[in-house]
Structure formats: C-alpha cells, structure tokens
Design a protein around this ligand. Sequence first.
Ligand SMILES: Nc1ncnc2c1ncn2[C@@H]1O[C@H](COP(=O)(O)OP(=O)(O)OP(=O)(O)O)[C@@H](O)[C@H]1O
Ligand SMILES: [Mg+2]
Length: 281
Amino acid sequence: MSPEVIIRLKDVAVTTGGRDILSIDRLSIARGERVAFIGNSGSGKTTLMRMLKGYVIPSRGEVEVLGAPVPLGDRRRMRVYHRQIGMIHQHFDLIGRESVWQNVYHGRLGYLPFLNSLFTRFTGADLQICTQAIKEVRLEEMLLRSARTLSGGEQQRVAIARTLAQEPTIFLADEPVSSLDPALAEDILDLLVSICDAYRLTLLVSLHLPELARRYADRIIAMEGGRIIWEGLPEELSGERIQEIYGRDNHRGEENDRLERASGFHMAWQQGVQGHPVPSS
Ligand SMILES: Nc1ncnc2c1ncn2[C@@H]1O[C@H](COP(=O)(O)OP(=O)(O)OP(=O)(O)O)[C@@H](O)[C@H]1O
Ligand SMILES: [Mg+2]
C-alpha cells in the first residue's frame, strides 16, 4: 500500500510586488515523513511553511493539506485547520513574562470555545495534555519559571511542548536551531525528531546547515529563488551537490560559510561530506 499523501502542491506560486517569491510545480509529502528544507537565505523556506500554515495566500495553484484545500476564508474551519498545523520558529516566540506552564497552555487555546478562551478556562483533559507535553520536553522542574529567564534551548523546548499541546498532525519547524550553539542544536533536533516519531507527526524542518539535514531527515529538499532545485535522500546530498546548491549565488555562499564557521559546524560539515570543501567563494 502506498503511503498516504498528507501535503500536495501543484503549480503553486506566491507573488508579491509582481515577483514570484515561491514557485513550486509539484510537491508531495507523506504522512509521518521527516523532510528537511535547505537553501540560501531568501530561497523561500519560510514562505513555504507560512503558506502551509495558512498565513500566506498563494496567488495560483493547488495546496492540499490533510486531503483537502487549505480552508482559507472560512474562519471556523480555519480554526480547526490551525490546530492541526503546529509551527515553531528560530526565535521561539514565547510570552516572556509568563511561566513555562502558561506558555504551554496557550497551545490549547485553539480548542476552547470562544467565551472560555476569553477567560482561559481549561478542562481536566487540557491539563493532562499540557502536563504530558511538558514531560516530553523534560521541563517538569521549571513549570513556574518565567519564559524570559530560560536559556535558548529551554525556550525552544517550551515552544515544542506548546506545539505538542496543540495536538497537531503536521509539525513545521522553521530554523528551530539557528539561534542555538551546535551541541544544543543536536539536543533539540534529537528531541524534536523523537517526539515526531512517538506521536507519528509529519515533520517539515528548515535548516541552515546541510549536515544537520543529512543527519535528521528522511528526505532533503533544496530551494533557490522560491523553487525546488534538488531533492533526494540524505546520502545523495554529496559535497558537490552542496556546492551546487549554495554556490550558485557567490555572495550567499559566503554568508553560509560565515554562518558555518560562526556556529562551529565547519569541521563537522567538512568531515561529514568526506572532505569536500565548504563552499566559500
Ligand atoms: N511579506 C513579504 N513581502 C515581500 N517579500 C517577501 C515577503 N516575505 C518574504 N519575501 C521575500 O521572499 C523571498 C523568500 O523569503 P523567505 O523568508 O521565505 O526565505 P528563507 O529561505 O526563509 O530565508 P532565510 O534562510 O533567510 O530564513 C525573499 O526574497 C524575501 O525577501
Ligand atoms: Mg526563513
């Protein structure tokens, strides 16, 4: 039996200021798949994720998620849709003055009837789901700490728990580790991947570092100028391929090189791609 397709794009474009910032002929993602998006800054990774979340409206084409078109324009159905699509970001987006517990509770807001959400009245089931989500990210000891006092890694764990509390089907992670040092980046990706496996969530993750994509994804998609320029298995992402993906735009190639060095992944990447040089100029 072929796997269930959970995301299907056909001839999709997002246009702004007369320019296509996203242009995808075809893309299919199966339920439970773990797909990493790589590519230079400005290649369209965030735009693609925001479109799947329903925040960016395509100017043409078909976007089918969970077997139906994204219900843009239908507020009631959109509320249900948003619950099914979880999203975390590079800068965590927590409410700093609120506690870990309160931040995770926000993941349940989409389930509350409107009046209850005004007064934030939660049920016993909401409590249980949030408690479990906090346990999954191992933050039980920090329930009452305000988010602003947490380290970057801890903040991203809260954001993961908040998303999990939302009980999504698809987990979008847009540069989830770009603000973290390399060791922490691996901890967070280990956690994210194990949670997605345990809950059978489909994971789409954008990453600045191809080495991380190779390590954590089932499939890698490279983007440039809003288009998919390559896709393949992690073992197919060779050093030459990485150079092609990042080296087309010399200036941005330098920028990626700089980021690699700054993050300490330079050596790991060099070793990981069997000695092929990091694209630099
Ligand atoms: N609201 C907007 N209005 C105009 N242009 C936009 C808007 N949002 C994104 N863009 C443009 O779309 C292109 C793709 O941007 P996007 O943020 O999706 O890239 P990205 O791959 O996520 O980059 P990064 O790696 O830096 O996060 C860029 O050229 C960007 O300037
Ligand atoms: Mg981005």
